[in-house]
Design a protein around this ligand. Structure first.
Ligand code: ARG
Length: 585
């Protein structure tokens, strides 16, 4: 379906053209004076210069031609040359009827020559999932859903950090704690045990301990480096431990991501890219893409138009080791081979922006992606505490994700305690998830935001629970109607008869353009702003309009059709955002 604003713009453009002016002057925008009109067009002012005519004369000519279009109830020329519009209620109602008849609520589809890979999550195996990974998971999940909603084949990959020094640290710490394990017996020739020599809680305790030890104990650090190197060279004992770490760690990560309602199509990691590295490094060197610099191999990626320095991308250290960039480049090679993506979207902390600039430029320079392949970095800001500093626990430590979820669930439980019914517990987690995710997603991703449990879990204001509350309110009206034996007829929707109804209808009609622009700009927060406005418009309508109590059957049917559509739009939006509404609240 053509977006509502585009339909209106097209009509006005045609009027400009038929009056003898260039159609491009007919671009319409939302009114910035809602007290005067709903939409406006300032094209006559610009056309006046080009055609050496008084702007008001042009505006009047255009307005006259719009009188019969059927789109406007009022099309007015206003000095010095504005065009102010009020949409015809019948036109709006007709648009909504078309939306209601469409399974995708009139949203346009995007065609693309291959899938999109969304690289998000990015947890580091064997390290506890902390709030730093929360944003990537929450934003990435919703970008994945948005892309899919637009009709694009979308593959989400968690891209685990599973190949770094943390593995060597764990191996050596394990050696110190349990030296009798067969992995540390050089003469051992049998098969290594299938059972992991640690539980997840042990593993989570092992890593921080090892990491702390490595900061004071140089010999330990050297051993960890050596173990990492041996692992990467395929040493069977190191490999066996690594497999245990990965199995235990992935099980735990899945549990955590599940509790966030975040899922991945691929559970790949940096280790999967390793087989591609030797050939890639040889290729870069032999074609002169990389060159030697102070013993390391680097690729120059500075471009003339750069206003700041973009340092060379280091693909191999002087000791021959691969780096983060090496692994990301090799991952691109693997993804090209397996999925031939038309687009990559990386949802990563914005402090990694330079890294991705270097990787993207190197990939292009080497021809590892097609020239038309889109490489997008969606960098997010930091989640801060109320003190404005990066979020910490009360003790000043790194907050574990599950504790964070527990904290917000408690806050929600407290607020719902008065009317706790059966199923309240399940509801508390559903509402808490909305509070948590909406609190994050409502901000432009690149901005830092303050994590505020009280505000996020409030049932009033621009919050997840408020949206859920609104949806539940609509659903309960519809449920009551159904219990009375009523069946909603979506085609019964009527032209608006009150201002509140008109506002609600016009907002509903903007779903297709909103979802499109959120996708085009990878700006999920636009969907949040939209659904919040829509919820407010519904609540205003609800407070001043009879719905089930309306005695006139046609009016009642019209209003039920409208709120059914509003409910579908709201639920579609929150589904894209990655949470859902309970049945009751
Ligand atoms: N594991 C990384 C980190 O915690 C994030 C990975 C992001 N994705 C990527 N392809 N580099 O910082």
């Amino acid at each position: 379906m053509t977006e509502f604003l585009t339909c209106i713009s097209n009509t006005v453009s045609e009027a400009f053209a038929s009056a003898g002016y260039d159609a491009s002057y007919g671009r319409v925008s939302l009114s910035n004076r809602p007290d005067l009109c709903e939409f406006q067009c300032n094209g006559a002012l610009a056309a006046a210069k080009a055609y050496h005519k008084a702007p008001i004369a042009i505006a009047e000519e255009v307005a006259a031609r719009l009188a019969e279009s059927g789109v406007f109830e009022k099309a007015e020329a206003v000095r010095p040359g504005f065009l102010n519009f009020t949409v015809s209620p019948a036109f709006a109602a007709d648009y909504l009827a078309q939306m209601a008849a469409d399974g995708r609520l009139g949203a346009p589809t995007v065609t693309q020559n291959g899938p999109t890979i969304v690289d998000f999550g990015g947890a580091n195996a064997a390290k506890p999932l902390h709030v730093g990974h929360l944003r990537s998971a929450v934003i990435g999940e919703s970008v994945k859903r948005l892309s899919r909603f637009m009709g694009v084949e979308t593959i989400g990959d968690v891209h685990l950090g599973d190949w770094g020094l943390q593995m060597g640290l764990i191996i050596e710490e394990l050696r110190d704690r349990k030296p009798d394990l067969p992995y540390f017996d050089a003469s051992f020739t049998g098969e290594y045990p299938a059972e992991a020599p640690f539980t997840i809680s042990e593993l989570e305790e092992i890593y921080p301990a090892a990491s702390a030890k490595s900061k004071t104990d140089e010999a330990f650090l050297a051993r960890a480096h050596e173990a990492t190197r041996k692992l990467q060279e395929g040493d069977p004992a190191c490999r066996a431990i690594w497999h245990h770490i990965m199995r235990v760690s992935k099980t735990d990560l899945k549990k955590n991501y599940d509790s966030l309602n975040v899922t991945f199509d691929l559970w790949k990691g940096e280790s999967d890219a390793q087989p591609y590295i030797p050939d890639m490094l040889a290729d870069l060197a032999s074609r002169g893409i990389s060159h030697e610099s102070q013993g390391a191999m680097v690729v120059d990626v500075q471009e003339e138009s750069d206003t700041k320095e973009v340092p060379p991308c280091i693909v191999q250290k002087s000791d021959g080791a691969a780096l983060y960039a090496t692994s990301d480049l090799a991952t691109i090679l693997e993804r090209e081979k397996l999925y031939a993506p038309a687009r990559y979207i990386y949802v990563v902390d914005k402090r990694q922006e330079m890294h991705f600039t270097q990787v993207f430029r190197t990939a292009r320079k080497a021809g590892y992606v097609k020239p038309e392949t889109r490489l997008d970095f969606l960098g997010f800001g930091t989640m801060n505490g109320k003190d404005g500093k990066p979020f910490k626990t009360r003790q000043g430590g790194v907050m574990r994700l599950e504790n964070l979820i527990a904290e917000i669930t408690d806050a929600v439980r407290e607020k719902t305690a008065e009317n706790a019914t059966e199923g309240a517990e399940a509801n508390a987690s559903v509402i808490a998830l909305a509070a948590l995710k909406y609190g994050d997603l409502q901000n432009a991703a690149s901005k830092d935001y303050v994590f505020d449990v009280d505000r996020f879990s409030s049932f009033e204001g621009n919050t997840g629970p408020y949206l859920l509350y609104t949806i539940v309110r609509i659903k309960s009206i519809l449920r009551k109607y159904a219990e009375q034996g009523g069946v909603v007829n979506p085609e019964a929707l009527l032209p608006a008869s009150t201002a509140a109804e008109k506002s609600l209808q016009l907002l509903t009609a903007r779903f297709p353009e909103t979802v499109k622009s959120a996708y085009d700009e990878l700006a999920v927060h636009k969907l949040c702003g939209y659904v919040y406005d829509l919820a407010n418009a519904f609540n205003s309508f609800y407070h001043e309009t009879r719905i089930l109590a309306e005695p006139d059957e046609t009016l009642r049917a019209g209003r039920l059709a409208l709120i059914t559509l509003v409910c579908r739009v709201c639920e579609t939006v929150i589904d894209i955002l990655g949470f859902e509404a309970p049945e009751k609240m």
